[in-house]
Design a protein around this ligand. Structure first.
Ligand SMILES: C[S@@+](CC[C@H](N)C(=O)[O-])C[C@H]1O[C@@H](n2cnc3c(N)ncnc32)[C@H](O)[C@@H]1O
Length: 231
């Protein structure tokens, strides 16, 4: 199924009050030229508390992150995407559950790196990123050396970059890149479709699973501080 088709949704923007609560706009030009004119991505700045923070890069319609937020009230969650209508839908889901610990950011994540404090994130989720196999699309891929560098810098000790994809070739390229990088504790596997499963699934995960496609997962853990010192 062409991925483009999935973007065609009719979703009205949230009302002003809901948008103020759940949606942060970071327009590309200003984010590129003056990143520090935007708030840093941290729990104290965005939520006024010191709870652990997890982010999702390319959160789409936000089901996965809203589920995480509802199941983990002691942590905060921030989702980033460039697709406005998907974010409207994500905001609507968060508002319908009155979630106090989630925020969505309209931004190209590759411009957000300067706003991620060092050693601050508990987890970074990257689920079903666009594989972009054509040469000109490859440049837009989210999983690249820069993502590895910035994730390593911004994750706290033992924090994880958790990646899931339905695309075998992209998965193998990501795994090879992570292995070459050499800084991570790596685990990976394949998850077969299981219609009865109850764990949180994102829109794309549901879609690929309903078509009988397996999902490949890759977890990159930043080594605990003690083991980093021991090396
Ligand atoms: C295939 S969808 C997956 C969405 C969601 N993670 C899921 O599993 O349903 C990929 C998402 O990444 C977003 N995306 C692509 N490039 C991005 C970027 N540079 N910054 C933020 N989001 C991006 C797209 O807009 C799209 O919503």
């Amino acid at each position: 199924m062409p991925r483009k088709k999935l973007g065609r949704m009719r979703v009205p923007p949230p009302d002003e009050q809901t948008a103020r609560r759940y949606l942060l706009w970071m327009p590309g030009k200003r984010l590129y030229e003056q990143p520090h004119s935007f708030p840093e991505i941290s729990s104290p700045t965005l939520f006024g508390n010191r709870r652990p923070l997890e982010i999702e890069v390319g959160c789409g319609t936000g089901e996965f992150l809203c589920h995480l937020a509802s199941q983990n009230p002691d942590a905060n969650f921030v989702g980033f995407d460039i697709h406005k209508k998907s974010l409207y839908k994500a905001v609507r889901t968060a508002a319908s559950q009155d979630l106090p610990n989630i925020l969505f950011v309209s931004a190209d994540f590759r411009l957000v790196y300067p706003l991620l404090p060092d050693s601050s994130l508990r987890a970074i989720h990257l689920r079903f990123p666009d594989p972009g196999m054509k040469p000109r699309e490859r440049k837009k891929r989210l999983f690249d050396r820069r993502l590895l560098d910035e994730s390593f810098r911004s994750l706290q000790s033992s924090g994880c970059l958790l990646v899931v994809t339905d695309h075998r070739e992209y998965f193998e390229e990501m795994l090879a890149l992570a292995r070459r990088d050499g800084r991570w504790l790596i685990s990976n596997g394949v998850k077969k479709p299981s219609p009865d499963e109850e764990r949180p699934v994102s829109r794309f995960e549901r879609l690929w699973m309903s078509r009988g496609r397996p999902a490949f997962w890759l977890t990159l853990q930043k080594p605990p501080r003690e083991s980093a010192h021991a090396r």
